[in-house]
Design a protein around this ligand. Structure first.
Ligand code: FES
Ligand SMILES: [Fe+2]
Length: 409
């Protein structure tokens, strides 16, 4: 590490797109996985996916697999899916139920907390107590489960302290997963995040979204509408918080957080085909204030909170040119499918929008793979993307200088 990555980074000019090698160099990819992905708090799923003891699901990122399991005490553990004997994967199914985890290679058996309970034919000196599955730091925040691979992570409190109050009315811990879908994207993860962070492309690419969402307008055109939303918010039980502590403003690696309101347009009350509600109101919300809320939850997860449902976006790098975009739709836990909400209606907008985004992002990757690609200037509607790439380059430069032994103050 070091020289090559440094040389590539030195070509970056703030206010422009990233140099092409940052999307196609394997050494860059390995460095960012080590430095960013392995060090950040990552949203993995919602607690309602594993309601009972022994329920689990797998979280896959950058070649790693983690078992997210409901333990015997009702808490949630995150266990590395790598056997402590000769390293076999233990669970293969994306989700399931086990009273204990048995490695099918030689039968080593682990409890739900990862401790090793049985291993046959081992020498007398064998000490089981030191061979539990590796446990990752885990936090459950309002029903959302976060993990980090880092043994000494930045404190999660920053996210909790800033987002508890504004998120409280949505009652996320009293929601359930109505639908979850993965949209695999054949691109580098940064192109997917860059695309999510700007709405410059919304008007041309997302007519279904743009008709009802003020985010598709330049900020100055939607400012007065936003003020009206903020006036109405308390009357429906929402707060007037607006908060953006992302990227270089986050104060720590991997604790990005944001809660930013914006207006819906043309009388739309939620994100749906015609703007009409698609599920019962969430939490303690009592009506529709004509706004939507953009969420930022750690560096690679985002969300959109409407008054009747929440859409969570989880980007995970799988390989240099392969990224998962998993979407989770949350509704009030008491809502019944078929009676209180229709799954197709609920998911229509973000399904159609994400299918369009997948195409855009994959076309973007094909273009930046060209020998002749030159990074162009960003627009005023791409400010959040600019801040993401500024942060990315600064973070990667710290790595490069750390590796060279010259630590920044
Ligand atoms: S590798 Fe798991 S029991 Fe041998
Ligand atoms: Fe988009």
């Amino acid at each position: 590490m070091g020289d090559t990555v440094n040389e590539i980074l030195s070509a970056y000019q703030s206010g422009h797109a990233l140099p092409g090698a940052l999307y196609r160099d394997p050494e860059v990819y390995e460095t960012e996985i080590r430095r960013i992905v392995m060090k950040s708090w990552l949203y993995v799923g919602h607690q309602s996916q594993i309601p009972n003891r022994g329920d689990y699901f797998l979280f896959d990122v950058a070649g790693e697999s983690v078992i997210i399991v409901r333990n015997a005490d009702g808490g949630i553990n995150a266990l590395l899916n790598v056997c402590r004997h000769r390293g076999s994967r233990i669970c293969d199914q994306p989700s399931g139920h086990e009273s204990r985890f048995v490695c099918r290679y030689h039968g080593w058996t682990y409890a739900l907390d990862g401790s090793l309970r049985a291993a046959g034919h081992m020498p007398d000196a064998f000490d089981r107590s030191r061979l539990g599955l590796r446990r990752l730091h885990t936090r459950v925040f309002m029903g959302l489960v976060f993990v980090t691979f880092d043994g000494d992570p930045a404190t999660f409190d920053a996210i909790e302290d800033d987002l508890t109050e504004p998120l409280r009315p949505y009652g996320l811990e009293r929601t359930k997963v109505a639908h979850r879908q993965n949209y695999p994207i054949a691109s580098n993860w940064k192109l997917a995040v860059e695309n999510y962070c700007e709405c410059y492309h919304c008007a041309p690419a997302h007519p279904e979204y743009s008709v009802g969402h003020g985010r598709a307008l330049p900020a100055d055109e939607s400012a007065s509408l936003l003020e009206e939303v903020m006036e109405r918010a308390p009357a429906v039980g929402l707060t007037r918080h607006r908060l953006r502590r992302s990227w270089l403003a986050s104060g720590g690696l991997g604790v990005d957080r944001g809660f930013e309101r914006y207006p819906l347009l043309r009388g739309h009350r939620t994100g749906s085909r015609d703007g009409a509600p698609v599920a019962p109101l969430l939490g303690s919300i009592t009506g529709y204030d004509g706004g939507a809320t953009d969420l930022h939850l750690g560096p690679m997860s985002f969300g959109l909170a409407y008054c009747d449902h929440v859409v969570l976006y989880r980007f995970t790098p799988r390989a240099l040119r392969s990224t998962d975009c998993e979407i989770t739709w949350l509704v009030n836990e008491s809502a019944r499918e078929g009676t209180d909400y229709d799954r197709e209606n609920l998911t229509w907008l973000w399904d159609v929008t994400t299918i369009a985004d997948k195409k855009i992002i994959e076309r973007n990757q094909a273009g930046v793979d060209s020998r002749f690609y030159v990074p162009g200037p960003l627009s005023t509607m791409e400010d959040f993307t600019r801040r993401f790439v500024d942060w990315y380059v600064a973070t990667m430069r710290e790595v490069a200088s750390d590796a060279a032994g010259s630590h920044r103050p």
